[in-house]
Design a binder for this molecule. Structure first.
Ligand code: FVH
Length: 291
């Protein structure tokens, strides 16, 4: 492979949505010969002006390069876009968000068609692509050889973190982080709702929330250590019995402020179940087992 020479690897990119377009611009800027295809051809026009070769069909696009990257809406759209296309000798990198199971099935599907396969989970939004300082990166899993062969091309848009030969691992890591993010934003949404009708500016609460989330974030390491040791009760600073009692204050405050507690209730119910099962002296780690 030629990633480590002055010749930049030719790349085919399928999908020119917000993310695909950002990826395309970065690869063009980095000097990679780029062939693009999008179901709706108009989205390719600006990239053509920037130097991309626009393929009329996905088949034509795949034929243009050994390294083929898909960044489509979902796994079903990958199957539709590549249906019936010859993949022999291709290196298929799927940056479409998938479940771990979908990624493993897609890997088998690609291998059955003669391609090497690498799945990717993008931990960035489009404006972060191509900006190293933004801190975005992509989890990769699947063929280590493919990853090593094309590493410099893969690292042009964002950092590249390889997490294993199991094709499902990139999606597993991606979705684990996205799920944590979902819970975090649920909490932030509730917090802003609490102050909505008060004389507190959202812009004044924002930095307090950011600092608090940062400070609490380090608890993740403690949870990991407890899960690995199986010891959920030593040196517990905030035990479950205390936290469940504290939840009642959170709920009364929501009631006073006229805010629906619907984002908090499921997590609080889980805490109560663990407490009722006799685990009041633990911290919150036991909720992982309960799930
Ligand atoms: N944008 C983001 O913030 C997130 C960041 C993290 C990673 N995600 C994932 O990246 C994949 C692509 O996301 P996107 O932002 O580019 O999404 P859209 O702008 O909605 O573009 C979707 C493209 O998929 C094409 N497409 C949809 N269905 C089909 C199909 N059946 N056959 C062929 N192509 C299809 C669509 O084509 P068109 O509508 O323009 O014709 C777009 O090119 C995604 O997995 C995110 O979860 C982004």
């Amino acid at each position: 492979m030629d990633d480590n020479t002055f010749e930049k690897t030719p790349i085919t990119l399928l999908g020119l949505g917000a993310m695909g377009t950002a990826l395309a611009r970065t690869w063009l800027t980095a000097g990679h010969p780029l062939t693009v295809w999008n179901r709706t051809p108009a989205k390719a026009e600006q990239l053509a002006a920037a130097g991309a070769t626009v393929a009329r069909t996905a088949d034509e696009a795949v034929a243009a390069s050994r390294l083929v990257v898909a960044c489509l809406l979902d796994d079903a759209s990958v199957g539709e876009a590549l249906a019936g296309i010859d993949l022999h000798g291709k290196d298929l990198v799927n940056l479409t968000t998938s479940t771990p199971g979908e990624a493993r099935t897609r890997a088998e599907w690609a291998h059955g068609r003669g391609a090497r396969f690498l799945d990717g989970g993008i931990m960035a939004v489009p404006p972060m692509i191509g900006i190293r300082e933004a801190g975005g990166y992509v989890f990769y899993s699947g063929s280590r050889a493919l990853f090593d062969d094309h590493r410099s091309a893969l690292e042009a848009p964002a950092g590249a973190t390889y997490v294993g030969e199991d094709a499902g691992f990139a999606a597993l890591h991606d979705v684990a982080l996205l799920s944590a993010m979902t819970g975090m934003f649920a909490g932030v949404t509730h917090a802003f709702a609490l102050i909505r009708k008060e004389d507190v500016a959202p812009r004044d609460l924002a930095p307090l929330l950011v600092d608090w989330i940062g400070a609490m974030g380090s608890m993740v390491h403690l949870t990991a250590a407890r899960l690995e040791s199986g010891d959920y009760t030593s040196d517990v600073a905030s035990n479950l019995a205390m936290m469940v009692a504290g939840n009642a204050t959170l709920l009364r405050t929501a009631d006073e402020q006229g805010v629906s507690p619907e984002l908090l209730i499921p997590y609080m119910e889980l805490m109560e179940r663990r407490l009722e099962a006799g685990h009041g002296s633990e911290d919150g780690t036991g909720l992982v087992d309960l799930l």
